[in-house]
Design a protein around this ligand. Sequence first.
Ligand SMILES: [Mn+2]
Length: 378
Amino acid sequence: MASLFPHLDLPYEAYELRRYLAAGAGVAFHADADGFFAAYLASLVAEEQSGPMYQVFTENLDLVDLDAWVRGNSLNCLATFDINVLSAPSALGRLATSLPLGLRVYDDHKGLSAILPDNVETIELLPSGSDSLPEIRPASLFCFELARQSALSNPRRQLVEFVALAAAHGEGVARPFAKMLPRLPNSLNSLARAVGRGVNAYYTDSSLQGDDMALMMRMRDLSESWVDKVEAHRDLRDHVLGSDIFAMLTEAENIVSSLVEGIARQAAVEDPWFHTKEFPVYLVRVDAPRRIVHLAASATRTKVDQGVVVSCQDTRAGVGFELRRARALHSPDLADLLLTMDSSWFLSRGGHPMAAGATVKRGAEEAVLEGIERLLKK
Ligand SMILES: [Mn+2]
């Protein structure tokens, strides 16, 4: 796992993170499997109770609400996990002025060009020039490596390895990173997949989940009760299967997967939206009671296994857009593509070359679709 981050001094990063959290830093994370598990693992690196935590939902990636929360809690410093600040340089500037002791941003930000305020430090997780692996370095796997650098007790380590696997499944990198991930028995591997997908399903609708940190509290309960019970009861699989958190996650996953599978199955039998010279492009218009636009895009990419998939869905905050590229393609860079378009159409946008997303102002969605078509045909 350390080989994913050859450009970083991991013992130093563990020390810095611990020092920062001990100074009372708040923690904000992207509300999905990667962000959630990154924040959880970071709290283990801290070894003691860290500051207050905040979930940034995909539709609020403009960071305005996060700034209000920082001010409301009178925080001096903040660490963010899996929050891509590429899309929000102006909100970032405002956020930085609220944090006299600083802001540490843990994510990959290919192409971050904005000049950052002095008290903002980005811990860039993506090394430059890494062709053989996907162009993504999940924040959760970085925090897992930091947690592993800390001296964790054995029972805790087993649960933490399970969490790293769940995070990789949730982030969709379990296969490409398979050789680097911890090896656990097959039954735990499939359970980790269910948990990773369940966390993403849980976070598909912020209006249902609110900002109550219920999932994080249950994750901590699960981990504490595992460490306490491990002498009497050695089977981690039974422990996870019998937990509150697992019941909550499977319920969310059942609701969401039936919605998403139906959409992807339908999209795969329909004709592509258009063809470029090299590949087909699929358009999926999502109409569903939960915010599943990103999952519909990923599931459709898996089903059609070629070209580019664009999905969109009307959400509370605006129109959610998600772009996915087949794994076999090496271009186009989908994050670049979104960033090339007229900024006045967007509330937020960002991501990675093969998976990017945006929230578009209501009324601008057709202009964005035309822009995507024009740029892909170029
Ligand atoms: Mn994320």
